[in-house]
Design a protein around this ligand. Structure first.
Ligand SMILES: Cc1cc2nc3c(=O)[nH]c(=O)nc-3n(C[C@H](O)[C@H](O)[C@H](O)COP(=O)(O)OP(=O)(O)OC[C@H]3O[C@@H](n4cnc5c(N)ncnc54)[C@H](O)[C@@H]3O)c2cc1C
Length: 405
């Protein structure tokens, strides 16, 4: 039976393992970190197409109970003037809405479900290199151990080592000139209707807040930073540094930002973000491929990275099944080609959309003026459209039984 080495147990890795077992392909997942190290990070918007991908392999159950639904996004400027509101997503015929959930809970739910279904996951295994060997691929890990399989799939995130093994000149992640900070504040109410995310194009900083059904608030801020901070610089900033800086950035803007900054449980910290515009080579034509963020990371502004990684995992399993890879691993190159032809246009369109969203957050004074004039028109159009123009994105459906070619 064909054996796939999966590198990375983030979002794509465990789901790929589950999807492969449904098509008669064995796999082992190798994760750099120790088990449970994903228990960090903020909240994410989990859009309906991600749930659709999980449903395709009957793995949605544990995720359906996480978080809470969101259906509207509204915008104000620094003076508190409403710029508009629009549906967060397209309306799906199955009624699936987008959810807001802690990133760590999503990781844990997917990892636990994969384990419950018997997925083999080895933790503390940092891939350092891999080579093609007779009829397969051999992976080497930092602890000196090795593993051999027929195919190796890099689900190893935006800084993917597998991507550079496939193409040493592969595109490096592109820095997005806004940082991220945020989290959840229990027992802190904001004056925003249920299921709505309020976003503020502040004078100097993008700031957002949304109520949770348990009387808390989820928030995030995107402080602008034109140049990529040197490695380690952000980790030297203390909780007090972050609070002071965020207060300065939001100074004079109308809204609850200052109360949120004061009430947010500490320690506050922030991180830089990146996307990957175009990765020319997703595979080596024979035994190695990247999926998820390793192939096409999108800016957080798109709120789609997790859902795209899940779609990839499920579609890749279909491609391996329908090119006959379960019996003949030599067909992997054909499966990779099919996968790329099914996925590339869609994911690159989302990366572009995410980049546009991030650029609007980092606008200078002139761009801000133009943006404040144009946005209300755009939002009115989007509201009238009722989310139809986003149908291609969140309305995406995978029929796992359907043959792909
Ligand atoms: C600030 C921020 C906000 C975001 N908000 C959203 C959002 O609202 N909605 C959304 O859908 N997405 C969001 N995302 C993106 C989302 O988190 C990613 O798109 C998603 O996690 C990609 O899944 P993945 O499995 O491809 O990679 P990851 O989840 O990054 O998993 C990669 C795994 O590979 C492991 N790994 C790395 N190197 C090695 C190695 N050498 N050997 C072995 N293992 C290795 C890592 O430890 C990790 O576990 C956001 C991202 C950021 C940074």
């Amino acid at each position: 039976m064909t054996h796939v080495l999966i590198i990375g147990a983030g979002i794509a890795g465990p789901v790929l393992s589950m999807a492969l077992s449904r098509v008669g392909i064995e796999s082992t997942v190798f994760e750099r970190d120790e088990h449970g190290a994903y228990q960090r990070g903020g909240w994410l918007t989990f859009q309906a197409n991600g749930m659709d991908a999980l449903r395709a392999i009957d793995a949605a159950g544990p995720v359906e109970d996480l978080g809470y639904p969101l259906d509207t996004i509204s915008f104000v400027n620094g003076r508190g003037r409403a710029l508009g509101r629009m549906p967060l997503a397209a309306t799906r015929t199955d009624g699936q809405e987008s959810l807001m959930m802690p990133r760590a809970d999503l990781y844990a739910a997917l990892g636990d479900e994969a384990a419950r279904r018997g997925a083999r996951v080895e933790y503390g295994k940092r891939l350092v290199t891999a080579q093609r060997v007779d009829g397969g691929v051999r992976a080497e890990f930092a602890d000196g151990s090795t593993a051999t399989g027929d195919v190796l799939v890099g689900c190893d995130g935006i800084h993917s080592p597998v991507r550079t093994l496939i193409d040493p000149d592969a595109t490096a992640p592109r820095y997005i000139p806004v940082l991220n900070a945020g989290g959840y504040i229990p027992k802190f109410e904001v004056d925003v209707p249920a299921k709505e995310f309020r976003m503020q194009f502040g004078t100097r900083c993008f700031f957002a807040w949304a109520p949770t059904p348990d009387g808390g608030t989820v928030w995030f801020a995107n402080p602008p930073m034109a140049h990529e901070p040197e490695r380690g610089v952000l980790s030297t900033m203390s909780d007090a540094d972050w609070r002071t800086w965020l207060h300065e950035l939001m100074d004079g803007d109308v809204g609850p930002a200052h109360e949120i900054i004061d009430a947010a449980p500490g320690p506050l910290f922030g991180w830089a973000t990146y996307d990957l515009p175009v990765v020319r080579r997703w595979h080596d034509g024979a035994s190695m491929l990247v999926i998820g963020d390793a192939a096409h990371a999108t800016s957080p502004a798109a709120g789609q990275g997790a859902s795209m990684a899940l779609e990839d995992a499920v579609v890749l399993a279909q491609c391996l099944r329908d090119t006959g890879c379960a019996r003949d691993a030599g067909r992997a190159g054909a499966a990779f080609g099919t996968f790329e032809s099914l996925r590339r246009d869609r994911v690159e369109r989302i990366v572009k959309q995410g980049h546009r969203g991030s650029s609007a957050k980092a606008a200078g004074p002139v761009a801000r003026h133009v943006r404040d004039m144009l946005l209300p028109l755009m939002f009115r159009r989007a509201e009238r459209d009722g989310g139809k123009s986003m149908q291609w994105l969140q309305g995406h459906h995978i029929d796992f039984q359907q043959r792909v070619s």
